[in-house]
Design a protein around this ligand. Structure first.
Ligand code: SAM
Length: 322
C-alpha cells in the first residue's frame, strides 16, 4: 500500500497520456497548444507496466487524462490495458467531449467505467467563447449516449466570474432530470494564467451555503473518491459537487498521485517538478517501479501553497490533466 508520512493512502492514479489539447480554454491554453516540450509520450507497454506497478501497491482506480486523451489513436488499447490489470476496479477518463458522441461505444467496449466531461457553460455561444469550439450540442448528445450505455458521468465546470458565475440555476435545472454529478471547480492559478485568475476566481463557499439552504445534503466521501464535496437532493436525479482547492484542509483527503505523459511522477498538481520514473518502466515486472514509488512518496508535502499564489512548476493544467 502506498501511504505517505501523513497517513494518507493513495488508491487513485491520474495518468496523462498526452499534453496535446485541441481546445483553447481561456483559463488553460487560450492561444491553443504549442509544442514546447518533449513529445515522446509513454508507450502502451510502458503504460501497462506503470499501471501494474501502481495496482500492486494498492491503486484501484485509474483516471486517464491529458491534454486531451482522446487525441491519442491507441486510446482504446490504453483503456483496455488499465481495465485488464489485476487490482484495477475502476477506469475513468477526463475529456473535453470532442469525440464523445462518435467514440463512446468504443471506449466502453475497451473497459471504461466512468467519464468526466468538461462543460463550462450550457449556453452554446458562451461555451464556444470559452473553449473556441461550437461543440456543446454534440457533447450533450454524447452524454445521453454515455448514460444509456451505463457509464457514470461527471461534468466539470470551472467557476468563472465573468463567464458562468450567473449560470447556477441553468446548471441546477439540468441536474434536476439528468443523473450526472455536476461539479463546480474553483479556478486555480497556474504559472500562465495570473491575470485571468485575478479577474475570474470566485470561491465555491457561497454556493455550498446556497445549496444547504435549498435542502441539499452533503454525502459522505468514499475512499477512492475524487476531491469534490458532493451534495444530493431528493427532488433531483443528479448531484452537485464542489471542488474547492483554496479551502482549508483540502489536501488532508488527498488520495491521488499523478504521472505525466512522459513518465514523470507528480506528488502534487502544484509540485515544483515531476520525478522521472520512466527508466523503471523498462522492467516489465514493475518491481523497480514499486521500489522507486515507495522512496519518492517520502517527499510528498502536507499541502500545496496555492492560497499563497505558489503554483510550483505548473504552467497550465493541460501539462498534467488537472
Ligand atoms: N482535456 C480534458 C478536459 O478538457 O477535461 C482533460 C484535461 S483538462 C486540463 C482537466 C480539467 O481541468 C478540465 O475539467 C478543465 O476545465 C480543468 N482545468 C484546467 N485548467 C484549470 C484551472 N486553471 N483551474 C481549474 N480547473 C482547470
Amino acid at each position: 500500500m502506498l501511504e505517505d508520512k501523513f497517513g494518507r493512502r493513495f488508491h487513485y492514479l491520474r495518468l496523462s497520456i498526452t499534453d496535446v489539447c485541441n481546445f483553447k480554454c481561456d483559463y488553460c491554453l487560450p492561444d491553443g497548444y504549442t509544442c514546447d516540450s518533449d513529445r515522446d509520450f509513454l508507450s502502451l507497454n510502458e503504460i501497462q507496466t506503470l499501471v501494474k506497478g501502481f495496482a500492486a501497491l494498492g491503486t484501484s482506480k485509474v483516471r486517464v487524462t491529458g491534454g486531451e486523451p482522446t487525441l491519442r489513436k491507441d486510446l482504446p488499447e490504453i483503456l483496455a490495458a488499465c481495465a485488464n490489470t489485476h487490482g484495477i476496479e475502476h477506469v475513468a477518463m477526463t475529456t473535453n467531449g470532442y469525440r464523445l458522441e462518435s467514440d463512446i461505444q468504443q471506449w466502453v467496449d475497451a473497459g471504461l467505467n466512468s467519464l468526466n466531461i468538461s462543460i463550462d457553460s450550457l449556453d452554446p455561444r458562451m461555451f464556444e467563447a470559452i473553449t473556441g469550439h461550437d461543440k456543446l450540442t454534440s457533447i450533450l448528445r454524447g452524454i445521453d449516449k454515455a448514460l444509456a450505455l451505463g457509464v457514470k458521468v461527471k461534468v466539470n465546470a470551472v467557476l468563472l466570474k465573468q463567464y458562468n458565475a450567473s449560470e447556477l440555476n441553468q446548471f441546477l435545472n439540468w441536474v434536476k432530470k439528468t443523473p450526472i454529478s455536476f461539479r463546480l471547480i474553483e479556478l486555480m492559478q497556474t504559472g500562465d494564467n495570473q491575470t485571468f485568475f485575478n479577474q475570474n476566481h470566485v470561491s465555491g463557499i457561497p454556493i455550498k451555503e446556497q445549496l444547504l439552504d435549498q435542502g441539499w445534503s452533503q454525502l459522505i466521501r468514499d475512499k477512492a473518491a475524487g476531491p469534490a464535496q458532493e451534495f444530493y437532493h431528493p427532488d433531483f436525479d443528479g448531484r452537485i459537487g464542489l471542488i474547492m482547492p483554496y479551502s482549508k484542509d483540502f489536501c488532508n483527503t488527498c488520495n491521488r498521485l499523478r504521472v505525466s505523459a512522459t513518465g514523470k511522477l507528480h506528488l502534487c498538481l502544484f509540485a515544483d517538478q515531476g520525478l522521472d520514473i520512466r527508466p523503471s518502466l523498462q522492467d516489465v515486472d514493475s518491481l523497480l517501479l514499486e521500489t522507486q514509488l515507495h522512496e519518492l512518496l517520502g517527499d510528498k508535502e502536507a499541502t500545496h501553497w496555492l492560497q499563497d499564489g505558489y503554483t510550483g512548476g505548473t504552467k497550465h493544467l493541460a501539462m498534467l490533466g488537472g
